[in-house]
Design a protein around this ligand. Sequence first.
Ligand SMILES: [Zn+2]
Ligand SMILES: [Zn+2]
Length: 154
Amino acid sequence: MKAEQVCVCKSGKKYQDCCQIFHNFKSKASSCEQLMRSRYSAFICQNAEYLLATYHPDFCKKRSIASLLEPSSAWVNLEIIAATTLGDTGFIEFKAWYFKDEKLCCHHELSRFINNDEQWFYCDGEFYPIDLSKLKRNSPCPCGSAKKYKKCCL
Ligand SMILES: [Zn+2]
Ligand SMILES: [Zn+2]
């Protein structure tokens, strides 16, 4: 992603004013939501170093960098549904939309984050199944195209 492009984390800001400073370790995310967004954009940018650095070592289970990146997924949209912080623990519920075999799919997760020494880390998450047949035909398509679902990915 180029510095002057709009950041893929859907913040609406330019990459250079958004996740780039985290991705190149010039600054630290000040909230778990910011960390979550910067990890989402790091997945898209294939920045394995950043993903590992922000994955809590007690939870990382020494997964290989390759398995973290899963290049088969084409992420298209991120929706933060709820963000809660209780002291050093944060919870974020989100839906991340992607295409697999040209079909729109959704990863719905409640993620847990821990703040350790002024640094937020991703710990683990609970995954929810999603029923795409419940999406309303006339609502905006979750892929982020701004078209109606029935005219887009349905
Ligand atoms: Zn960003
Ligand atoms: Zn769509």
